[in-house]
Design a protein around this ligand. Structure first.
Ligand code: DC
Length: 219
């Protein structure tokens, strides 16, 4: 039976960096579920269709999205083309947040995520991993940080180009949308460990999560 670690939390809380590093250290597969929503957002932009339930429903039924692991790294393929490099920017992230409120989008990505966790020891990060995708995960973490700290981190990631206030406002908006949507909103699972990374270094969070993993495994 595979061991699954679920990490949920708001944007820029450090989930991806930390989950990726933990996966490497303990030899788990890393599943970045945000990249899947971003891939859908990218695909919808490319298809130039309006984000409306009926249109999206039809779009999802024919959309060929695939996850492949190349040298241990997750890549997302759309219609057999690797689109991983096009998914990083803020605009796609915001649009992903918007389209992730549609049930057909969440449904389309549900099986893809579940399948990846079926056979592999996995660490997955996102918004609804511990509550919906792997509600029976062996270890669940809710990773967060103060909005001001997250904004500073995001500004650094973006190459210090954007004004801090704008980034902070954008994060607040995204948090509000991700937490208040009707289906699978971002929230701490009742059995998740709450981890505030505001005062912790990246290495400290990684170590903390590995410790929790060892405790759960009894090693
Ligand atoms: O983690 P991220 O910034 O790459 O995610 C982009 C958006 O995708 C996020 O704002 C909401 C959506 N998302 C989601 O609804 N559920 C997930 N498990 C992961 C991401």
């Amino acid at each position: 039976m595979p061991f699954r670690i679920a990490i949920d939390g708001p944007a820029a809380s450090g989930k991806s960096t930390v989950a990726k590093a933990v996966a490497k250290k303990i030899g788990f597969l890393y599943l970045d579920t945000g990249a899947l929503y971003r891939a859908m957002a990218y695909a919808i932009r490319q298809a130039n269709i309006p984000p409306k339930e009926k249109v999206l429903q039809q779009f999802c039924s024919s959309c060929d999205l695939e996850i492949r692991y190349i040298e241990g790294e997750q890549h997302v393929f759309l219609e057999k083309e690797d689109i991983s490099l096009f998914l990083k920017d803020e605009e796609i992230g915001n649009f992903a947040s918007q389209i992730s409120t549609f049930s057909c989008i969440r449904q389309a990505l549900f099986d893809l995520q579940r399948k990846t966790g079926e056979k592999n020891n996995i660490i997955a990060d996102g918004r609804d991993i511990g509550t919906c995708i792997f509600p029976d995960a062996e270890l669940k973490i809710y990773l967060t940080a103060k909005t001001s700290v997250r904004a500073l981190r995001r500004q650094k990631e973006l190459g210090l180009k954007e004004p801090l206030e704008e980034i902070e406002e954008n994060l607040r908006k995204r948090d509000r949308r991700d937490k208040s949507r009707e289906i699978a909103p971002l929230k701490q699972a009742f059995d998740a460990i709450y981890l505030d990374s505001s005062e912790l270094s990246r290495e400290e969070i990684i170590e903390q999560i590995i410790q929790y993993y060892h405790q759960r495994k009894g090693i």
